[in-house]
Design a binder for this molecule. Structure first.
Ligand code: NAD
Length: 359
């Protein structure tokens, strides 16, 4: 097949991890006889430096004319002033909104070779294979906000606001995903306190009723935070709003041991999706050849599966990552020092995975 990919490397370790994913995709194209044409765009801090904004129009146009978007990470100390009018993360929020990518999908699967990389006990994390579906284009990150004075005191507010239709579409998305997996779905909310969560729960209940083959449940977000460390292997698909998803996905990432292992996809109604590692730009590691590129490589596998419909190729990438881990190769973040392990840098890890595609 022929596909056009928008490549937004971003800041910090972004360029070097994206380069490894492209190396692996090149190898996939060669082995399976595809053509992937790439077009680079600016996003985040590098875009602010070059164009004065985090998401230039040219970048949006590149994404619109592509079949999928591969993104590294944005941000760094140079631009991290929370009071600045122009900030790197505006690029991310903007492109997700622009492409109407309302569902952020974050699989957390624990490799049997990395059971000891997790801060949790190996018997707790063994067999974890869950997916968090986070609503991405609404909720408190997009609600009304402001600051005002009450007497002498400065106050600030943000508003968590959901339309029933926004809840229904993301819960439906999660149900469709659960139907293709182990047929369990849990909706996460704070319905004992928040009105917006009561609407969320009603809408989720309505959607669940259309999927009688699924085992569905509602879990309060505080309890969910606890269950994720106590019994993570019992979950299949979890669906939640933007804020709860932001927090719980980082918690869930620790189950796997390192942020450097976990991919994500942001998807909407169509097939164009945005694929990126769940971690940030780790500026302290930029250019040092120590960052783990596997989350970005696995994001590339998700892209092959969800946007390009190349299931066999996606599985080949995931199998190559498993093989490299089974052979003991580790970047610094997942290296335990055990004698059977070999510590490798970012570029070498990319080479190792690429070499194992198709063998
Ligand atoms: P971070 O994810 O960059 O780093 C958190 C920790 O994980 C650090 O200890 C880092 O060294 C480690 N880490 C992250 N990715 C790694 C990898 N691939 N290999 C090895 N170790 C890895 O988060 P942070 O330090 O809070 O933020 C750094 C910058 O990234 C900030 O500017 C922040 O705004 C930005 N950020 C961007 C995104 C994004 O682009 N999606 C997400 C989160 C943070």
């Amino acid at each position: 097949m022929q596909a056009k990919l928008a490549v937004l490397a971003g800041d910090g370790i972004g360029p070097e991890i994206v380069q490894q994913a492209l190396k692996v995709l090149d190898r996939v194209a060669q082995v399976f006889g595809h053509q992937f044409e790439t077009e680079d765009g600016l996003i985040g801090g590098i875009a602010i430096d070059a164009k004065g904004i985090a998401l230039p129009d040219e970048t949006v146009e590149i994404c619109h004319r592509s079949d999928a978007v591969l993104l590294g990470a944005v941000g760094g100390p140079k631009w991290d002033n929370p009071r600045a009018a122009v900030r790197p993360e505006q690029g991310l929020l903007g492109i997700r909104k622009e492409l109407d990518l309302f569902a952020n999908v974050r699989p957390v699967k624990v490799s049997p070779y990395l059971l000891h990389a997790s801060p949790l006990r190996p018997d707790v994390v063994a067999g974890v294979d869950l997916v968090v579906v986070r609503e991405l284009t609404s909720g408190i990150y997009f609600g009304k906000r402001g600051r005002y004075l009450e007497g002498e005191e400065e106050r600030a507010f943000d508003t968590m606001d959901y339309a029933r239709s926004e809840v229904e579409r993301v819960v439906r998305f999660a149900c469709e995903m659960a139907a293709k997996r182990r047929k369990q779905v849990a909706s996460v909310d704070k319905a004992n306190v928040l009105e917006v969560s009561r609407l969320w729960r009603e809408a989720a209940t309505d959607v669940f009723s259309a999927y009688p083959a699924l085992q569905s449940e509602h879990i309060l977000v505080d309890a969910c935070a606890m269950f994720l460390v106590r019994r993570p292997a019992t979950f299949d698909v979890l669906v939640m709003g933007n804020l709860f998803g932001d927090v719980l996905t980082d918690e869930a990432s620790m189950i796997a041991g390192s942020m450097g292992m976990l991919p994500s996809a942001s998807l909407g109604a169509g097939t164009v999706g945005l694929y990126e590692p769940i971690h940030g730009s780790a500026p302290k590691y930029a250019g040092l050849d120590v960052a783990n590129p596997l989350a970005t490589i696995l994001s590339g596998a998700m892209m092959l599966r969800h946007s390009l419909g190349l299931e066999k190729e996606a599985t080949a990438v995931e199998a190559a990552v498993d093989k490299v881990l089974a052979e003991g190769y580790r970047t610094r973040d997942i290296h335990s020092g055990a004698p059977e392990e070999t510590k490798v840098g970012t570029a070498a890890m990319g080479d190792l995975v690429a070499e194992r595609i198709g063998y």
